[in-house]
Structure formats: structure tokens, C-alpha cells
Design a protein around this ligand. Structure first.
Ligand SMILES: [Mn+2]
Length: 636
């Protein structure tokens, strides 16, 4: 119904969620089941008033500094192209929702004996002497010619992919203690951190995770974290049913000393599993990791150091890519660090560091302020997390919680930063290994909740995407009270100060479908990352927005979300908006032609009405386009 390509609008069963970015949550939900039963965090032992005062003081101090540097900063209108595709941290689905109750197994603290080797079938190799040529050592790729496998091996290989959406067979060949190269920028190795730093509980939530991937996450943390800073590792099991995650896991971690398993009594989903972990954590800082990660040398100190400097700093490591097929560790240098953003579908995305932020910082390894975080990997003071209101308990399972906490951090006086000296590898999956059950669109419900509470008048840009059909999003009264109690700033403040690069639909000079005069055909294209570098198409006008809804920015871009019309001499295509005009600058003339500023060519519908050509401007009907010019700018 939206023409070429999948529709862009949110809707239940939106196909976008079946092929979502790299990591795809599967959102099994049971409509109508109460969702208000979440664990309440224990109040911290310290005097609450003193804590709140300290947080407020820290927050004011950091805000004062930020204002000061903003005045000093040179604003330049230049953005570099992002290095990474957009992606979203994943969460594997959920079955039942209900009361949370956890059971703690394993042992706390104590010495850390060398773990005993498990059965070969479980893929443990830790008793073997170090061999630099072992599979995957030093972060190298494990390449498997699957056609050379025996029928039995081939079956295991295929099953590994089916179960996990990554190459479990390759992972099982790699040591649980494999070495990784030191991927930090050289300057990071010389940084001296303060002596007194908060310690941390590392919280790893999982559901049916592969043994070697989960345990390599655990060992990478133990092996590469200073002992005195690692208070505990909490493995939060969100109701897995794979046998290796039952007694074998408990037996294994019993030898590690520092690891505990916390079991949910039923399927809870990411948000409540994280809260369950927080509710039993004892460290000063909560450090959340996904269950398919590998921490690198020096990953922890810069995170904890930053929180030690200011309790209202919330920090994330640089998330590097662990290849889903070869488990190769692909790192990115500090220069190409990406920051988090979002679009008006409230989808998280990545951007290059804006010039204003480059100017604010003194060195490539300074923390980078980020408007949002991907959500899976971050560290936050346990006390500050509670002060800030943890997560919205009315949110279910997965999705939207990362933007919600990001907005809340910034608007309520905190700072959200990416720490270039801290690197953690993460397997980005291209699909979810868990099946999709239709029902309530949980991501939409969560996103409407956050829009209602935090986005003020800007929420309408999101609601327009689904014709203001908000659906049942529950009661948000308590979250609005939280916002009031914390005396948070407006969303307009957030946009202007923290994310001024975001395109505001209200600033568009034209919007809606772009209809040809010769035939009722419209310019049509999706703008997701699969659509980049692909031609814009002609499609019968359907007047339903979606892939035919375009906006013209003041800078002459024709865009939707992060996708812009771009002409580099071959054909009219969609390309990530870069804000540098060039191939993306267009003129919608008074004669209703669409002219490419650089080449002076006009957008023309082909004679048969099937495609788009770039031709010298002649003003024939096939070059005339009807597009709604806005005469009045809506209030921001
Ligand atoms: Mn993940």
C-alpha cells in the first residue's frame, strides 16, 4: 500500500521489525497481561538527601561547564559522513509477563581459581597452552569452508546459525580466553586514572545464549578488569530453556568466584531483566553488557573513572563489531567514533561526531557527548540510576527504553558520553533467532510512552507517522511526576543544545507527496539503510504518506529521516544526508521544477512514466511537480 519497498510507518506487524537493522528483537507479547510488576530497587544506604544534593551539585557543575564551552565553541556547518550503519542493540523475545522473582546462584567474591575444562562439546579450551595460531586468536577471523565439513559437522554448523543468528560453530572453535589486540588509541595507554574509583557490578542479561559466546563475554570481563574494580558479574537469565544454561552453567561459574546467576521466574524481557540485575547488584556502578560481547584491554577503567569524577556522567564504551560469521574483532579508531541520534520514527541511529563537539573537545580521546545511546552497553552509578528513576516500569520487553533514558539523562541534568578509550566488541546479528509473534507492537507502545512524557510538542512529529493512532499505551502519570520532581528541562532545550543537527520537520519549506503533472505518479522510495545508493522510483500516487512523504529542508535537501535525494551524475538516488549541500542541494522553483543546483539538470519522469531521468530543464509537463509548499511554519 505504500508503493515500492516496505512502508516506513509504524504499524503492528510492520515488516521493518522482521528485518530490523542488524539486531532484531523478537517481541512475543501477551496482550492484556499486567505489566506493572517490576522490582523496586533497594534504597541506597546513604542519606538520600545528601545524595540528591550531591547529584544536583554535580549536574549543575557539568551544565555550567557545558554552557561555558558552548559559548566558546565555533559553530561550523559541516558534518562528516557516518562510518557505521545504524543499528539497534538487540533483545531476544519474551514469552510470559508477570511478577519478577529471581533466584541467586553461584558464589560471590573469593579467590578466582582457574576454571576446569568442560566437555569438548561445550567448547571450552581453557586448559590448553597458549597458541597464537589457535582459531580466532588475537581477534582474527575463523574461516570455515562449510562444504568441506562432514555431514555431521555441517549439521552442527547449520544448527548454530539457526539457533543464534551468528556462527556458533566458529565461536565453539575459539578459546574462551582468546587474546585480543589492544585496540585503544596509543594515547589511551598513557592515561593515568585517579586512584580512588568506584567499583562495579557487571550485569549481563541473556536468553538462550550459546555457551562459548556467553562464557567468552564473562572471561573477557574477568581477564581484562582490575580485580579491585570488579565487584561481581551478575548473569541475569531471562528464563532460558537450553540445558547448558542450567546446572552446567552454575557448576562452571562456581569456580570463577566473582560470578552469580540470577534467574527470572518467567520470561521478562530486557527492561525488567536489567532491573532484576540492578535490584541485587552491590557495586557502586552498574555496567550493562549484552551476552555476546568481548571486553578489551583497559575497557573498564575509563568508564569508572568518568563516573568517579561526576556521579551524573552516564557512559558507554565504543562498541566494536565482532563479525557474526568469523568472530573477527573489527575495531574503529577514536577518530571514527560515532555518536547516537534518532529519527522521527524514534529509531536509534549513528552519526559522525559533529564539528561543534570536535571543537569542544581538546583531544581525540576525550569523552564524546552523545544525544542518545544504543542501549545495550553502558555504565551508570547505581545511586544515580535510582535517582533518575531507573526505567519506565510501564515499558515492556524491549525497545524505546534507550531513547527514554537518554532523553531523561540530558533533560534532567546528567551527561551521556561515549568513552573513546573503552572498547567492547559486540556481535551484531542480522536477524533475530527467535520467532516473531504478532500482537501488541511493544516498541510502538514504549515509544508512545516516552513521547508522551518527554517530547512535549515535538511528539506530534512522531505521531504523524501513524496518523495519530496512539493505541493503548497505559498510564504515564507517575513518569510525568518523575519529570516534575527532577525538575527536568524541556525537549526543545534538548534539541537546541544537545542535538541541534536533528532535522526538524516543522522547519521544512515543502512537504508531502511529490506528484508529476503529466501522470498521477509520485516520487517513491524507502530510506532505510538497505535503500541507500538505490534509485528513487516512480509509483502511482497513493496519498498515504509512507515512502511518498518527502520534506524539503531550508538547506535544499529533499529528505525523509536520514535519507536524502542525491545526484552524482548517474541517477537520482537515496543517500545518507550529509548537510554539505553538494550533490544533495535542490531548488523547487516557482515554475514547480525540481532542479539540481550543481548540475542545473531537472528531475524528469520518463515518457512511459516508469522511471526518473535527469535532463536539461525545459519545463515540459514531465518536469513539473506538485508539492505542498508551506506558507506558515508551525510553532516549534
Ligand atoms: Mn546485542
Amino acid at each position: 500500500m505504500f508503493g515500492a519497498g516496505p512502508p516506513e510507518n509504524y504499524a503492528d506487524n510492520n515488516p521493518k521489525f522482521n528485518v530490523l537493522s542488524h539486531d532484531n528483537p523478537s517481541l512475543h507479547n501477551q496482550p492484556g497481561v499486567p505489566n506493572n510488576q517490576v522490582p523496586v530497587l533497594e534504597p541506597p544506604n546513604q542519606d538520600r538527601l545528601r545524595l540528591e544534593e550531591r547529584i544536583r551539585r554535580d549536574a549543575e557543575e557539568s551544565f555550567r561547564k557545558s554552557e561555558q564551552s558552548r559559548h566558546e565553541r565555533k559553530i561550523q556547518n559541516q558534518v562528516e559522513l557516518p562510518q557505521n550503519d545504524s543499528f539497534i542493540a538487540d533483545w531476544p523475545g519474551i514469552g510470559k509477563i508477570g511478577e519478577l522473582a529471581g533466584q541467586v546462584a553461584g558464589h560471590l567474591m573469593g579467590t578466582t581459581p582457574k576454571p576446569k575444562s568442560l566437555l569438548g562439546a561445550l567448547g571450552a579450551h581453557e586448559d590448553a597452552p597458549y597458541d597464537p595460531n589457535a582459531p580466532g586468536e588475537n581477534g582474527k577471523a575463523v574461516s570455515i569452508d562449510k562444504d568441506k565439513l562432514s555431514p555431521e559437522e555441517r549439521k552442527r554448523y547449520d544448527q548454530g546459525w539457526t539457533n543464534n543468528a551468528f556462527n556458533q560453530y566458529a565461536s565453539d572453535m575459539i578459546s574462551l580466553h582468546r587474546h585480543l589486540p589492544d585496540v585503544r588509541d596509543p594515547e589511551c595507554q598513557n592515561v593515568k586514572y585517579q586512584e580512588k574509583m568506584p567499583d562495579t557490578s557487571v550485569i549481563i542479561c541473556f536468553h538462550n545464549e550459546a555457551w562459548t559466546v556467553l562464557l567468552r563475554t564473562v572471561h573477557s570481563v574477568i581477564d581484562r578488569s582490575p580485580k579491585h574494580l570488579l565487584r561481581e558479574i551478575l548473569l541475569v537469565d531471562d528464563f532460558s530453556d537450553m540445558p547448558h544454561l542450567k546446572k552446567p552453567l552454575e557448576d562452571y561459574i562456581a569456580n570463577l568466584g566473582v560470578v552469580k546467576v540470577v534467574r527470572a521466574k518467567r520470561r521478562e524481557g530486557l527492561i525488567r531483566a536489567r532491573l532484576l540485575g540492578a535490584s541485587v547488584a552491590v557495586g557502586d556502578v552498574l555496567t550493562y553488557l549484552d551476552s555476546h560481547c568481548e571486553a578489551t584491554e583497559g575497557w573498564l577503567e575509563p568508564l569508572l573513572s568518568r563516573i568517579g569524577q561526576n556521579i551524573s556522567n552516564v557512559v558507554t564504551p565504543v562498541i566494536d563489531v565482532l563479525d557474526d560469521e568469523t568472530l573477527r574483532y573489527q575495531y574503529s579508531g577514536a577518530k571514527s567514533t560515532s555518536i547516537g541520534g534518532f529519527d522521527w520514527n524514534l529509531q536509534f541511529n549513528w552519526h559522525a561526531i559533529p564539528t561543534r563537539e570536535k571543537h569542544r573537545r581538546q583531544s581525540e580521546i576525550d569523552p564524546v557527548r552523545s544525544p542518545t545511546m544504543a542501549g545495550g552497553l553502558f555504565a551508570i552509578s547505581r545511586e544515580y540510576f535510582e535517582y533518575l528513576g531507573t526505567y519506565d516500569p510501564g515499558m515492556d520487553i524491549w525497545g524505546g527504553e534507550n531513547l527514554e533514558i537518554s532523553f531523561r539523562i540530558w533533560m534532567c541534568g546528567g551527561v551521556l558520553e561515549i568513552i573513546p578509550c573503552s572498547h567492547v566488541g559486540h556481535i551484531f546479528r542480522k536477524r533475530s533467532p527467535y520467532s516473531w509473534k504478532t500482537g501488541v507492537n511493544v516498541v510502538k507502545k514504549n515509544s508512545v510512552r516516552l513521547a508522551e512524557v518527554w517530547m512535549d510538542e515535538y511528539k506530534h512529529y512522531y505521531y504523524e507517522r501513524f496518523n495519530n493512532d496512539l493505541g493503548d499505551y497505559g498510564d504515564v502519570t507517575s513518569r510525568k511526576e518523575l519529570r516534575q520532581k527532577l525538575n527536568c528541562k524541556s525537549f526543545d532545550w534538548y534539541i537546541r543544545n544537545i542535538y541541534p543537527e536533528l532535522f526538524i520537520p516543522g522547519d521544512a519549506v515543502a512537504s508531502g507527496e511529490i506528484r508529476n503533472k503529466a501522470k498521477p505518479m509520485c516520487l517513491d522510495s524507502p530510506v532505510d539503510h538497505h535503500s541507500m545508493n538505490k534509485p528513487v522510483k516512480m509509483w502511482p500516487c497513493h496519498n498515504q504518506g509512507g515512502n511518498q512523504y518527502w520534506m524539503m529542508s531550508k538547506e535544499g535537501e529533499i529528505r525523509r529521516d536520514e535519507g536524502c535525494f542525491d545526484y552524482a551524475g548517474q541517477f537520482l538516488m537515496i543517500y545518507p544526508c550529509h548537510g554539505m549541500k553538494g550533490n544533495q542541494e535542490w531548488v523547487y522553483g516557482p515554475d514547480n521544477t525540481l532542479r539540481h543546483r550543481n548540475t542545473n539538470l531537472c528531475v524528469e519522469m520518463s515518457d512511459d512514466g516508469q522511471k526518473i531521468e535527469m535532463k536539461p530543464c525545459t519545463g515540459i509537463d514531465r518536469q513539473i511537480w506538485t508539492w505542498n509548499r508551506k506558507t506558515q511554519k508551525p510553532a516549534r
